[in-house]
Ligand binder design. Structure first.
Ligand SMILES: [Zn+2]
Length: 338
């Protein structure tokens, strides 16, 4: 079977492979699934095979004019629709695409339109795409990539053949980090579990000192509970000033693990615990806290994440969380949501 450069997506790549070999490519494909699972990589490969002069039955040759132009980023028959950083996809890009999609392909058998991420389309752009999908121009294949299919118009979704990407097993992600990027050891293992089976996210995470960040977080939390060492306010200020990426995912994973250990009380394996390598510490924590309090802390951690994302009163939200962490009994039974 062809190597698609992704892991854990065998069912997706096998059905794509057979559609491409059989020449039965749907005119619109929706590649959906969690971030970092390889949707973009697979979309590029599908586009490459559709454009290559050798035909879509085999991996792209890399040498024909469409392949060379694609590798140089200048393939005339590949229309990429992507937003500027943090922006939405506007209707102008769709109008321009629609106009070009009507033209005969220049070098390949067909044109490929790649929209990534598709959920970035605003309402006007989405409607423009829908019109095109309703009356698709011949010789055009649409590839829509999204990690939020729920944000697409149902009428767009229903016109695409869906391909669902799923998280890969953490041990496969860990193996892949070592084999393809030489990233190994405690840090890589933690990255694979923290990324929830998304190799792309794991790769990004494995390049940081994840284990160091995580251990620093645990120490801070323990100091606050013991009311020794760094004070609650000191820790809150430090978190508020730091990149949220350096502490928030660790905090949320720690709370999730703690809730799991507290509730199940069972021996959980590395596929269930992000901080599997700190399971003794988790078990110790779990003895000090009731399951309902662990679950409420978990929800409080989610809400803290929302406050941080909104940049609304981050410091205050962190302080509130840490007060609850220090004394879970002080948490309201059903804290007001936002
Ligand atoms: Zn080629």
């Amino acid at each position: 079977m062809a190597d698609w450069g992704v892991i854990g997506q065998e069912s997706v790549t096998a059905s794509l492979d057979s559609a491409l070999r059989g020449g039965k490519v749907p005119h619109a494909l929706l590649l959906a699934g969690p971030r970092g699972t390889g949707k973009g990589t697979v979309a590029q490969e599908v586009a490459a095979r559709l454009l290559c002069r050798e035909g879509p039955g085999a991996p792209p040759c890399g040498e024909c004019p469409p392949c060379r132009h694609r590798l140089a980023g200048t393939a005339p028959d590949l229309l990429l629709i992507a937003p500027e950083e943090g922006e939405e996809i506007r209707v102008d890009s769709l109008r321009d695409m629609t106009r070009r999609a009507q033209l005969t392909p220049q070098e390949s058998e067909r044109r490929v339109v790649l929209v990534d991420p598709a959920e970035a389309m605003n309402a006007y752009a989405a409607n423009a795409l829908l019109k095109t999908l309703e009356e698709p121009p011949g010789q055009v294949t649409f590839l829509l990539v999204t990690h939020r299919p729920d944000r697409l118009l149902p009428t767009i979704r229903s016109r695409c053949q869906p391909f669902r990407f799923r998280p890969a097993a953490p041990n496969r992600v860990e193996e892949w980090l070592g084999r393809t990027h030489g990233l190994e050891g405690e840090n890589a293992a933690l990255a694979a579990r923290l990324a929830g089976g998304a190799p792309g996210s794991a790769l990004e995470a494995a390049r940081r000192d994840l284990a160091g960040e995580r251990d620093g977080l645990i120490e801070g939390l323990e100091a606050v509970r013991a009311q020794g060492g760094e004070s609650l306010l000191g820790l809150a200020e430090r978190w508020a000033k730091a990149e949220p990426e350096s502490w928030l995912p660790h905090l949320q994973a720690w709370l999730r693990d703690l809730a799991r250990v507290t509730v199940s009380g069972a021996q959980l394996g590395p596929e269930r615990l992000v901080n599997f390598d700190r399971r003794e510490r988790l078990a110790e924590e779990a003895r000090r806290i009731r399951p309902d309090a662990a679950l409420r802390l978990l929800r409080a951690g989610d809400r803290l994440g929302e406050a941080v994302a909104d940049r609304s009163n981050t410091l205050l939200a962190i302080e509130e969380f840490l007060v609850w962490w220090r004394d879970p009994g002080s948490m309201p039974r059903s804290p007001a949501g936002h």
